[in-house]
Design a protein. Structure first.
Length: 531
């Protein structure tokens, strides 16, 4: 049985009140949130609350949450910020336990907004209410159809999957990301907004025991409690991968963060060290937030650091080898048996990377031969993980069927992770192949470098988490642990320690080990100034 946490009432409500404009033409409205809940198949009770309407989407609407005759677990609020305190008092009187505060105009708008945010928080605490937001695009749970998105969306059904996303941005929510093109699917999504109450630590505590979440991804502009984050992330990463995109790394970025979500940014070097010690995988950009997690979706980890490459273009092979060097991956020799079999098909084919580009014009009925090549490399004892680069034939006649069949066979016979990149002149055929492979559980990436990077971070996670996924007997994981890109304290600048060590410092850390001074920290101790 899953443990109940601060987020339980948000993701598992039996009754949801949607408080806001019920006008059909509004771009952000309660009308659209109710519509999203219905289209997503939410089976709990829905209570529209707003003025000027007696019925919305065939359901009775109410002018106040106090009129709702049944229990309300979760309230979605999207009204003018000045009206929020009064509505929060009504929610408290009703016994509401969770509020998603979509409304903006709080701490991200300056001192006056910050004071209003504090007033709202005081009311919530007095009434036993927890808040996500304000200034949030909301939450999503595909497991029960809970998708109260208050924005206009295409209305596509979002696939259920193993990846959960938390962010200080609405870019991860359905109005911004095309989840219909994400066949791997998602489990939970949460935009933290200003984080006046619940934050990334509460989200992690909930997902730690969430059986439908296998991979956790976070976008963070700030960390409110660094010591707690380090403690929880250490615990979580023994059970499932945790990937983090940290923005606001520069002074200019930190300043922009303050105006976006009212956040105080984190010293980036301290954050980097903390990621290394707690086995948190750090991402480089927004695209990776959606791309890299796919490598973990099938729970297949590399058993070692030996990368096999089968490609239709030699250039992609070179790109892959360059990227592999950054992540402690190496291209070894194939076994004598595999090399001999491939050389018999075409002279020189039996070496890595296996470049099949010349074969379509040199080998009769090439697409009947290709599956043998890919399966041989995947099965080779000298290969632990595979980059497969596919060419999408413009006609689509041979490639779609060939690739689908061979990957289906590999899904039944191999436990090795396979990362795929597909290229070709016809986008529709490329996407058709990609969707077919991802529905079978094979991640397809935007480019070969990202595919190899995903395999690299999977190796790094495997080197620390042998209990996760299939039984792993790595060949050279000890070498991966000490690689410069691996997440260990040894990689911190001049031995800088992570959070939890500087008394009085908002993030902790060891002042004596720092390679440069920190604001508010002198050789005699911490003054408590913000970083």
């Amino acid at each position: 049985m899953e443990k109940r946490t601060n987020f339980s009432h948000f993701f598992e409500p039996q009754g949801v009140a949607v408080i806001g404009s019920l006008r059909k033409e509004a771009m952000v409205s309660g009308y659209l949130a109710v519509k999203s809940l219905l289209e997503s198949g939410y089976k709990g009770h829905i209570f529209p609350v707003g003025h000027g309407h007696t019925e919305v989407h065939g359901m009775r609407s109410y002018t106040s949450i106090s009129e709702v005759p049944m229990r309300v677990d979760l309230a979605i609020i999207m009204i003018n910020s000045r009206g929020v305190p009064e509505v929060m008092k009504e929610c408290a009187a009703k016994g509401v336990k969770a509020v998603v505060l979509v409304t903006d105009g709080f701490a991200e708008r300056g001192r006056e907004g910050a004071r209003l945010q504090e007033d709202v928080l005081r009311i919530a605490r007095a009434g036993g209410i927890r808040i996500v937001g304000p200034n949030t695009a909301g939450i999503l749970n595909t497991r029960n159809g809970l998708n109260p998105c208050p924005y206009l969306t295409p209305g596509h059904k979002i696939s259920m999957g193993p990846v959960s996303l938390g962010a200080q941005t609405g870019l991860v929510n359905p109005q911004a990301f095309p989840y219909s093109n994400f066949p791997m699917g998602v489990s939970k999504v949460c935009d933290f907004g200003n984080k006046c109450d619940l934050d990334e630590c509460d989200f992690l505590e909930y997902l730690e025991s969430d059986e439908s979440t296998a991979v956790i991804c976070l976008h963070l502009e700030s960390i409110r409690d660094g010591r707690k984050f380090l403690e929880i992330s250490r615990r979580v990463t023994t059970k499932k991968p945790l990937l983090v995109l940290k923005t606001g790394r520069t002074k200019a970025g930190a300043k922009a963060s303050a105006s976006h979500s009212g956040s105080l940014s984190v010293d980036d070097e301290i954050f980097e060290c903390s990621c290394r010690q707690s086995n948190v995988i750090r991402l480089k950009g927004l695209s990776e937030l959606f791309e890299v997690p796919k490598i973990f979706a099938t729970r297949k980890l590399p058993r070692g650091d030996r990368l096999g490459i089968v490609t239709f273009t030699g250039a992609a092979g070179v790109i892959a080898i360059d990227e592999a060097q950054m992540y402690a991956l190496r291209t070894d020799r194939l076994t004598t048996g595999t090399a001999g079999m491939l050389d018999a098909i075409f002279p020189g084919l039996g070496k890595l990377p296996v470049d099949v580009g010349p074969l379509p014009g040199a080998v009769r009925d090439f697409f009947s031969v290709y599956p043998k090549i890919l399966k041989a490399v995947v099965a080779d004892e000298q290969v632990d993980c595979i980059l497969s680069v596919l060419w999408a034939d413009p006609s689509g006649e041979a490639t779609v069927k060939t690739y689908t069949e061979v990957y289906h066979e590999l899904s039944m016979t191999s436990q090795k992770p396979i990362a795929t990149w597909i290229y070709g002149p016809d986008k529709a055929i490329t996407e058709e192949i990609a969707n077919s492979l991802e529905k079978m559980g094979f991640p397809v990436f935007a480019d070969p470098a990202t595919a190899v990077r995903a395999l690299g971070v999977a190796l790094q996670f495997a080197s620390r988490s042998r209990d996760w996924g299939p039984t792993t007997t790595p060949s050279r994981l000890s070498e991966a642990r000490t690689h410069p890109s691996c997440f260990s304290l040894a990689g911190c600048p001049k031995g800088r320690a992570p959070w939890g060590w500087i008394p009085g410092h908002p993030l902790g850390g060891s002042a004596s080990n720092c390679s440069r001074p920190h604001p508010g920290i002198s050789s005699g101790g911490a003054s408590g100034a913000s970083p």
